[in-house]
Design a protein around this ligand. Structure first.
Ligand SMILES: N[C@@H](CCC(=O)N[C@@H](CS)C(=O)NCC(=O)O)C(=O)O
Length: 210
């Protein structure tokens, strides 16, 4: 399999962690946007949305959308499971994952921030936008975990919710968000004892910001 992605992409990291947890080898193909651009033209040739990640299967199919890719991996290689047993718990894990990947993350992508810059939003307002979106989104996630058993997001094994959480917390730290979320941080700490999560490193995103 080949994973088309980018080292600064938290969506790419979700799939990388899932592959690592399932101990599946993958070739990484990096698509870098030219200076000043949001996306690499090479990615548009393989994903009409122009986004990473794209997982190319061994039979040449191209799968997009990190959560769809993770669900596909889960169906193909069910062990170790990334979703818990029981339909209610599975729905809760999916809801938590979507709260990050579908609701929170799109507000803070380079794509979104670039659009806001084009509308002449100042860098100070952009920082406020990003920090408040991250803080509010993570606050909701903290509450979503209030009834769930640890040490991971949902129980004693890492799964799709943890895979979404850990890169998002890394991004929030880079944006200077004050992380006052004990349950999320405890789940992250449990994840960081595992090699699959330890390789995460999202390089500095806002190095050119004042
Ligand atoms: N919902 C998508 C989000 C993918 C996404 O936003 N990827 C970003 C990097 S984290 C990207 O490719 N941005 C470039 C662009 O949208 O042009 C997923 O989960 O895969």
């Amino acid at each position: 399999m080949r994973l088309h992605g980018h080292p600064r992409s938290s969506a790419t990291w979700r799939v990388r962690i899932a592959l690592a947890l399932k101990n599946l080898p993958v070739e990484l193909v990096e698509h870098c946007a030219p200076a000043g651009e949001v996306r690499a033209t090479s990615i548009l040739r393989i994903n009409p949305q122009g986004q990473v990640p794209v997982l190319e299967t061994s039979s040449g199919q191209r799968l997009t959308q990190s959560l769809a890719v993770i669900e596909w991996l889960e169906e193909m290689w069910p062990t170790p499971p990334l979703l818990p047993p029981g339909p209610v718990l599975r729905a809760q894990v999916r809801a938590f994952s979507h709260a990050i990947a579908a609701d929170l993350h799109p507000l803070v992508t380079t794509r979104a921030l670039t659009r806001l810059r084009r509308l002449e939003m100042t860098e100070a307002s952009l920082r406020l936008w990003t920090r408040s979106a991250l803080a509010e989104g993570l606050d909701a996630c903290e509450t979503l975990l209030s009834g769930a058993e640890g040490p991971f997001c949902f129980g004693s094994n890492p799964g799709m919710a943890d895979i979404c959480l850990v890169p998002q917390l890394a991004l929030a730290r880079q944006h200077g968000v004050s992380l006052t979320f004990p349950r999320l941080l405890a789940a992250e700490a449990a994840c960081m004892t595992l090699p699959a999560f330890q390789s995460i490193s999202l390089p500095e995103l806002w190095s050119n910001s004042p």
